[in-house]
Design a protein around this ligand. Structure first.
Ligand code: NIG
Ligand code: FE
Length: 418
């Protein structure tokens, strides 16, 4: 397949996370084409070089903007029920509390089919906003049976939906009421992790490392057990306070540490030395009314920063990567170029996929978005993000979404005058 008449094709380059100044280096091609064969990118170049060889299926991008498909490296998208009452009370000043257990009760009562239907809808909404790879965590089951149920739903999402789904086990998300923490950790280590491994249900293990949830020592114990079982590591670190979770991520060689609102300069240094990707989730800081993570300090220190949504029923209902890019630019002083690298290549690195996706280069999987924008700097700028600005989304070289109502000049003309 050939995609022709691309107004602007924009992509970072490479197969590894970019830090520091390299985050601002994007390849920008005006008037470009991209050629795809068997789900892979074969070549990218200027239209002028294409003359005379238009033999395959051709898609006309009509001067639109083409970017790599977004990678959302952090979501809790499989859940049951909603928590609008908690949200509205928090907006009036209530603190963040035990909402995870509210969702846990609903998840335990839900069938696998119900959980699948709910998550399929959310992942469809993400796809229509340009997300072509998405990490999804368990963590609302909180007993062996229910955690495995969530992970089976996550596996099915990956099998049945066009996006790639990266599964993460987050048994250590909270301790259920009436269960002693020590016993729960014992269950995670002796029952959940071995079952997850035996059934190959997750690629990553994550822990909510936070005062009142799992402390640093407890998190270390759980993550070491997971590592021993062959899982790669992620940590929810410094979300509500500083518990030196960033340092723990560095110590254990985690692939990413996520949130990092309260990270210290020491934590930044340790993560940089250990090659841990910082996954920032500005939708959560925005929703909770918390200070945003110090993205500028991290990038200036050379630490690779990625962006994700954290989509979950409690602390962030934003599941749009374009919206997250706008927040990153507005609230964390990231440049448009840095935010795009963070939402594509660096996010792919945060889920171990930088060799596969996240850039538009020969050999990579053909995951891309066609936007109705004139240039990439309009992406953070149009912060209302009309979903109809997404014209089409390609996953693995196939059209996973084609907008039946793409905006065009003249769409707003009253009927009868056009
Ligand atoms: O990333 N921090 C822990 N987990 C989610 C919130 C989950 C919930 O409240 O349901 C988060 O913010
Ligand atoms: Fe989270």
């Amino acid at each position: 397949m050939l995609i022709v008449n691309i107004g602007q094709l924009v992509t970072p380059l490479g197969e590894a996370a970019r830090g520091g100044e390299a985050m601002r280096r994007l390849e920008v091609l005006e008037d470009a084409y991209i050629k795809i064969t068997r789900g892979r990118i074969v070549s990218v170049g200027p239209m002028a070089e294409l003359r005379g060889r238009l033999r395959e299926e051709v898609y006309d991008a009509r001067r639109g903007l083409v970017l790599p498909g977004f990678v959302d490296p952090h979501t809790h998208a499989v859940f049951a029920g909603t928590r609008e009452d908690e949200f509205l009370a928090r907006c009036l000043g209530e603190p963040y509390g035990k909402g995870i257990l509210t969702t846990m009760k609903r998840v335990r009562a839900a069938s696998e089919e119900e959980l699948f239907a709910s998550a399929r809808r959310f992942l469809g909404e993400m796809l229509r906003r340009g997300t072509t790879t998405v990490e999804v965590k368990s963590g609302y089951g909180l007993d062996t049976e229910s955690e495995l149920k969530l992970l089976r739903v996550i596996r099915r999402l990956g099998r049945e939906l066009p996006q790639e789904v990266v599964p993460t086990f987050l048994g250590a998300h909270a301790v259920p009421d009436g269960v002693k923490k020590g016993e729960y950790i014992e269950e995670i280590i002796t029952r959940m992790i071995p079952e997850v491994r035996r059934r190959k249900l997750a690629e990553f293990c994550d822990v909510f490392c936070e005062e009142g949830f799992f402390g640093r020592t407890e998190s270390r114990e759980i993550l070491r057990a997971a590592q021993g079982a062959g899982l790669r590591l992620k940590i929810h670190a410094e979300e509500l306070s500083n518990t030196r979770g960033a340092e723990l991520a560095a110590e254990l060689g985690a692939v990413s540490a996520d949130h990092l609102l309260h990270i210290s300069p020491h934590g930044i240094r340790k993560m940089k030395e250990a090659g841990v990707v910082a996954v920032l989730l500005p939708g959560t800081a925005f929703t909770l009314g918390e200070p945003f993570a110090p993205a500028r300090e991290m990038i200036d220190a050379g630490l690779p920063v990625a962006l994700g949504t954290d989509f979950n029923p409690g602390t962030c209902l934003i599941h749009s990567m374009p919206h997250v890019i706008s927040l990153a630019v507005m609230k964390m002083r990231m440049t448009a170029e840095e935010a795009i690298t963070a939402a594509t290549l660096n996010a792919a690195a945060a889920v171990g996929r930088a060799h596969e996706t996240g850039t538009l280069e020969e050999g990579k999987r053909a995951d891309l978005v066609v936007f109705d924008y004139e240039n990439y700097r309009q992406l953070p700028y149009f912060l209302g993000h009309d979903p109809d600005r997404v014209r089409a989304v390609l996953c693995r070289g196939r059209w996973a979404y084609e907008n039946p109502h793409p905006c065009r000049d003249g769409d707003a003309r009253p009927h009868g005058h056009g």
